[in-house]
Design a protein around this ligand. Sequence first.
Ligand SMILES: NC(=O)c1ccc[n+]([C@@H]2O[C@H](COP(=O)([O-])OP(=O)(O)OC[C@H]3O[C@@H](n4cnc5c(N)ncnc54)[C@H](O)[C@@H]3O)[C@@H](O)[C@H]2O)c1
Length: 314
Amino acid sequence: MIKPIGVVGAGLVGSGWAIVFARAGREVRVFDSEARTLETLPDRLRANLRDLAEFELIDNPDEVFARISVVDQLADAVGEVDYVQESVFERTDVKRTIYEQLDDVVGPDTVIGSSSSGIPASEFTDGLDHRANYLVVHPVNPPYLVPVVEIVPAPWTSDTAVEKATRLMDSVGQVPVQVRREVSGFVLNRLQGALLREAWALYEEGYASLEDIDKTVSAGLGRRWSFMGPFETIDMNAPGGIRDYAERLGGLYLDIARERADPQPWSKELIAKAEAERRAALPLEDLGKRSQWRDRRLMALSAHMADRLAADGK
Ligand SMILES: NC(=O)c1ccc[n+]([C@@H]2O[C@H](COP(=O)([O-])OP(=O)(O)OC[C@H]3O[C@@H](n4cnc5c(N)ncnc54)[C@H](O)[C@@H]3O)[C@@H](O)[C@H]2O)c1
């Protein structure tokens, strides 16, 4: 019998995970320590499922919704389940406390993936009885629209747990990538961090406006990045492929990297200047509306990608 999946923490990311699993036909049990979060969960899920149906990304929102049950005890969410996805606050002490509680109530074979954005599992699972079953399974928000997940084992995570989490992610339509050993920020946020560092520096030095730096990505680099990564991109940007590209442009990139050898913090003044420019473009009270717009653009993109993959026979 296929067992349910437990979701612990039902905020932004945990509620998204519930949709990922239920959309794939799995029963889901969701727990959160805040009663108010559990009360608002059904409405949040229904709104997201309605949008997904509108973009033809799911056929039957009611069926998906019916697979998700809310429970008010941790043990009810994680007992007798196949896998648990933890998505509590990004704080080592909060993660440590919940893993100590989980360690007392989960079965000996239950694998637990943490949504941690950057804290490695070794910082909150050390010394626990079932620590070989615990690892990071880091999504992007919202996980039901952006499929990549970083699988990051602690030094003591078993190969079996890594394989089980990877197979599960594949089976529910996510795209797992393996980070072979722990590194802060994992791969995704290290890549994002490198781009952000250069973006802030160019802005601070007055080379371009915030808006134009954003456009360089949204109307430039990002267009390709929705279907191919930086290595495949450069393989096609020189007639002789990646080696030819490296020979032609390696020197330029080395000079740029040398210019940034002394990283500086994002200063208060710099942040205030960026904030003023962003708030002039988008008042704070419209941030939520714009996030909904972003999610709907992601839905349109997901629908397009699904058509493309079908056309490519993938
Ligand atoms: N927001 C993002 O863009 C994003 C993306 C990827 C990963 N993550 C990671 O996902 C995790 C959750 O982030 P979020 O953005 O959903 O935060 P959030 O604040 O929206 O949700 C966190 C939830 O955890 C609950 N919680 C806290 N302590 C708990 C406990 N002991 N037991 C049960 N529930 C508890 C809170 O009540 C809250 O509902 C973090 O590790 C975060 O870094 C976030």
